[in-house]
Design a protein around this ligand. Structure first.
Ligand code: ZN
Length: 164
């Protein structure tokens, strides 16, 4: 069957930036399984899957606006280093949880000086155009329960069984 909204698709992907550097890949691991039409995966990827069938292999470019969105400079914050004292040594690249007006947020340390720490709350892939290599493995209709929940239940398992 063709991929459409309300189908469940399993697929392998490799995602690269425009320079061709690999960012992530499912190849060699479990494939990604997604319910189409419920924003389980980024918009541009969902669009590229529509009408494909099991066995299809293809490459697609997805601009940042249809991937992880644009970068927001206001999500960069420089803070006094003493605010991080309880964490011990703070290093560039560390991922931290920060309490903000919008609730708990994941931030990445991008700069550390003697006095200050700069953190970035943007998604690491915000503002980046992506290239995906996709291989479709299986396509099936979603169950009524999956449609009601808006996500996939693998192997007929239900949320109530505590597997989510
Ligand atoms: Zn569920």
């Amino acid at each position: 069957m063709k991929i459409a909204n309300q189908t469940v698709v399993s697929f392998h992907y490799t995602v690269k930036d425009k320079e061709g550097d690999e960012i992530d890949s499912s190849v060699g691991y479990e494939p990604l399984v997604a319910l189409i039409g419920h924003k389980n995966i980024i918009e541009g990827l969902e669009e590229s899957l529509i009408d494909k069938v099991a066995g299809d292999k293809f490459a697609t470019e997805i601009e940042a606006n249809k991937a992880y969105g644009p970068r927001h400079d206001e999500l960069m914050q420089t803070l006094p280093k003493e605010m991080f004292a309880s964490l011990g040594e703070v290093e560039v690249g560390m991922q931290l949880r920060a309490s903000t007006d919008q609730g708990e947020q994941s931030v990445i340390v991008v700069d550390v000086t003697d006095e200050e720490v700069t953190v970035d709350g943007n998604h690491p892939l915000a503002g980046i155009d992506l290239e995906f290599d996709i291989e479709i493995l299986t396509v099936r209709a979603a169950t009524a329960e999956e449609l009601a929940h808006g996500h996939v239940h693998n192997d007929g398992e239900s949320c109530e069984s505590g597997t989510h």
